[in-house]
Design a binder for this molecule. Structure first.
Ligand SMILES: NC(=O)C1=CN([C@@H]2O[C@H](COP(=O)(O)OP(=O)(O)OC[C@H]3O[C@@H](n4cnc5c(N)ncnc54)[C@H](O)[C@@H]3O)[C@@H](O)[C@H]2O)C=CC1
Ligand SMILES: C[N+](C)(C)CC(=O)CC(=O)[O-]
Length: 484
């Protein structure tokens, strides 16, 4: 499938990164003189975030083709994402250029925050294929995309968006600003009033969100959160108690303060004081690291966005064998997240086991011991582990694991992983004994022929001598006699 991106700014850059990292080639047109630098920087941050987010090996990235015109970019495209500035006249001009050059079967998704499909389609030759596909920033991490404009084209677009790990939400009826921005604007307007009236600073408002209800929203949204807030009597009780307050003069929702120079100076000044000591790219990396941490927590709980990440990862694992060329096997990479670092300033000890455990999972999938296999009530349990910590690892480093199979019989196999830093030096090694088990009965059972043959194939490649430390335990330390 061929993708074209028209506009590569904040949002277009995020789309480009998501498609590229998902393995699709993207033709890009953006007349900005520094477009290539800007997009490369966004892609670098996105790559860093995906390496920290996913434990599965990432797909081979797609390639960018820098086009000299809209026509060149869209000529062979199956899906076109338009992300030019939010002006209807400009969007109409771009859509007309796309229609002149793109195949008639190509879908056109617009990132517009506010325009309705009926507005975008004015004057179009094939209007039904033009849709709103409105994402949220950062597009390469946040999965949700509002798809507005119905029919077969929307269904096809949803399939494409799902294939790049997004969660399309189809909106039944078009309205200005769709759904997400309606909600966000209500909060934003109110926040502008609070600053305008001198009631709160930008930092105080952000603190109330990030130390409070913002944390709830990441995992349960509004209605499920309020259901719980109704106590055991649930949503009905909540509405009965707090519904009437909506008619009290709490908010100024419909008015907008005049964004005159004084208010702009106040907001921009407070924002500089709050965050001006970080560059935008640094702030993006801080935001991304935090989002990745939240995604990991939700994945561990099999909840919300964590389920999206897991589904995406399953897809990566399914495509992984193509990447496992050569021996020792390279099935797993991990980017050291900021939260993995301890008070000594380096990756903390249990994260080594996490990287090794994830590499073991990748090996299990490689030999066919995957989710489908486990659903039959069989799995592998690790019963012994020996880790050697050999070098300090800092936040941001990319770790690659090399895996060897040191032995196997009908019920057991012994793995050796070496965690390598980017310069090829060993940061750690791990040796692990795994048993094949019947998970319903909780006992060891022989492996079926398919797994044994897969292990035989790996073992046939393991011709080098075993590492000297294989099979060794922790060195003994002579106990000194206590001195009085
Ligand atoms: N920034 C945000 O938070 C979000 C923005 N959006 C929507 O995404 C769209 C783009 O917004 P941003 O990325 O924020 O704007 P931006 O200003 O960061 O990027 C727009 C890009 O379009 C390029 N451009 C201008 N004229 C062009 C043309 N004729 N052909 C191709 N490229 C052209 C510019 O050089 C620039 O790189 C808008 O429709 C906006 O409503 C959607 C979600 C969030
Ligand atoms: C400010 N905005 C309307 C462009 C924001 C969006 O459209 C979505 C987002 O990412 O918040």
């Amino acid at each position: 499938m061929k993708i074209a991106a028209i506009g590569g700014g904040v949002i277009g850059g995020g789309w480009i990164a998501r498609f590229i990292l998902s393995g699709y080639d993207v033709a890009v047109y953006d007349p900005h003189p520094e477009a290539q630098r800007i997009i490369a920087e966004v892609l670098a941050n996105a790559t860093r975030a995906w390496e920290a987010l996913f434990q599965a090996p990432l797909p081979r990235p797609g390639r960018i083709h820098w086009a000299g015109s809209v026509a060149e970019a869209v000529r062979e495209a199956d899906y076109i994402q338009e992300s030019v500035p939010e002006r209807l006249d400009l969007k109409h001009r771009i859509i007309a250029e796309i229609e002149d050059a793109a195949p008639e079967t190509a879908l056109i998704g617009s990132s517009t925050s506010g325009f309705k499909p009926s507005e975008l389609r004015q004057g179009a030759r094939l209007p039904d294929r033009i849709l709103v596909a409105h994402p949220f920033n950062p597009v390469y991490l946040l999965p949700v995309v509002e798809v507005v404009g119905g029919g077969e084209a929307a269904a096809r677009a949803c399939d494409i968006l799902t294939a790049i790990g997004m969660k399309p939400v189809r909106i039944a009826r078009e309205i200005d600003a769709h759904i997400g921005d309606r909600l966000l604007e209500a909060v934003w307007r109110e926040a502008l009033w609070l600053v305008n009236d001198g009631i709160a600073t930008t930092e105080e408002i952000d603190d109330i969100i990030r130390f409070g209800f913002g944390l709830r929203w990441a995992q349960m949204g509004l209605f499920e959160t309020y259901r719980i807030a109704g106590g055991e009597a649930g949503m009905r009780h909540f509405l009965g108690q707090f519904g009437p307050a909506l008619k009290w003069p709490w908010t100024k929702l419909m008015d907008v303060p005049d964004l005159d120079d004084a208010l702009i100076d106040r907001i921009a000044g407070q924002s500089d004081a709050q965050s001006g000591h970080h560059s935008i790219r640094e702030l993006e990396r801080i935001r991304d690291d935090n989002l990745v941490g939240i995604f990991h927590a939700l994945k561990a709980n099999d909840w919300g966005v964590g389920q999206t990440v897991r589904a995406q990862e399953d897809g990566f694992y399914a495509r992984a064998p193509a990447r496992a060329e050569g021996y020792p096997l390279r099935l797993h990479q991990a980017r050291v997240a900021g939260g993995w670092v301890d008070y000594n300033g380096h990756m903390t000890e249990f994260r080594y086991l996490q990287v090794l455990g994830d590499a073991t999972d990748a090996f299990l999938i490689h030999i066919g011991l995957d989710a489908e296999y486990r659903a039959q009530g069989r799995s592998a349990y690790t019963v012994e582990t020996h880790i050697r910590h050999l070098a300090e690892v800092k936040a941001g480093e990319l770790l690659t694991v090399e895996t060897r199979l040191l032995g196997h019989d009908a019920k057991r196999f012994r793995l050796h992983h070496a965690i390598l830093r980017e310069d090829g030096t060993e940061a750690a090694t791990g040796e692990h004994m795994l048993l094949h088990v019947d998970t319903d009965e909780g006992r060891t059972i022989p492996m079926p022929l398919t797994l044994l043959e897969a292990l035989d194939r790996v073992a046939a490649q393991d011709t080098a001598p075993h590492p000297d430390h294989a099979g060794a335990g922790i060195r003994s330390v002579r106990q000194k006699e206590a001195t009085a």
